[in-house]
Design a protein around this ligand. Structure first.
Ligand code: SF4
Length: 265
């Protein structure tokens, strides 16, 4: 690692009051081309991509295509590639993992239990993410502290203990939703059409829905779940009891019954 844990902590303190542009500039200077900008079609990702591209048009952007995304997100991906003249590096889930999971639990397993939803996120999102991050030394995310309780304590620069101790950079940590949209409008940055239809956070099609203007931005994610973290495991490890065991069993192809209660909706 280019910086040890103590140095990263000192940098986090030093950059706490720095602008998002300065934080991205620091990341590019120290890690490009071993730096990935994370992109999933969210407004925050568009701000980061635009800011990074203005500093270095060769900046590398990656996404995880779960296979369950909205058509609008794919359209935005194309628009981004055209406008910025870059190719987003797409990572897909392992097809045999998906086949095994769907054969055992059905195509819409996520509606049946929090555990199975986490399993789907693990197979379709977390595993491809781990593969992607294995190729770089640092990544930049659009996480903001006000998004959810689990994000309140993020630093602008931190060590990513969940992904091989690489560096995780969160330039928008102290931004508000309003600031994100001000940047987009002011700079003519393209954004996902779904925001025009009441979505405030963009994820997979079956697990995301529009919300009321006064709702929490992440209220439309996994809306049927009660008292479960609105996270998929990409930004924090999820401790959900039997989840890891089920994931391992499924992915190792070990039969464990597979038919779980509840019906899809
Ligand atoms: S958000 Fe839904 S469809 Fe997407 S990976 Fe997670 S559970 Fe699966």
């Amino acid at each position: 690692m280019k910086f040890d844990e103590l140095e990263i902590h000192e940098l986090a303190v030093e950059y706490e009051d720095a602008s998002a542009e300065e934080v991205i500039g620091w990341a590019i200077e120290n890690f490009h081309p071993e730096l990935y900008i994370a992109w999933s079609g969210q407004a925050e990702d568009m701000v980061l991509l635009d800011m990074a591209w203005r500093q270095n048009p060769e900046v590398r952007v990656f996404t995880v295509d779960t296979g369950r995304l909205h058509e609008e997100t794919y359209r935005l991906m194309e628009k981004v590639e055209e406008k910025y003249g870059l190719r987003i590096e797409v990572y897909f889930p392992d097809s045999s993992d998906v086949e095994e999971m769907v054969r055992k639990f059905g195509i819409n397993l996520f509606y049946r239990s929090v555990e199975l939803r986490h399993l789907c996120c693990h197979v379709r999102k977390v595993r491809p993410l781990v593969r992607a991050l294995g190729k770089v030394s640092a990544w930049v995310t659009g996480l903001r502290r006000e998004q959810w309780a689990s994000r309140h304590n993020i630093m602008k620069i931190e060590v990513d203990h969940d992904h091989g101790q690489i560096v995780k950079v969160n330039p928008l940590a102290d931004w508000t939703e309003r600031e994100v949209w001000d940047y987009i409008k002011k700079n003519g940055v393209p954004y996902n059409e779904l925001y025009e239809r009441g979505y405030k956070s963009i994820g997979c099609l079956p697990c995301t829905r529009p919300v009321a203007p006064y709702d929490d931005p992440r209220a439309g994610r996994w809306w049927w779940e009660k008292n479960a973290p609105k996270e998929c495991g990409m930004h924090c490890s999820l401790e959900t009891g039997g989840f890891e065991k089920i994931a391992d069993k499924v992915l190792e192809g070990i039969e464990d019954g597979g038919k779980r209660g509840g019906s899809d909706r």
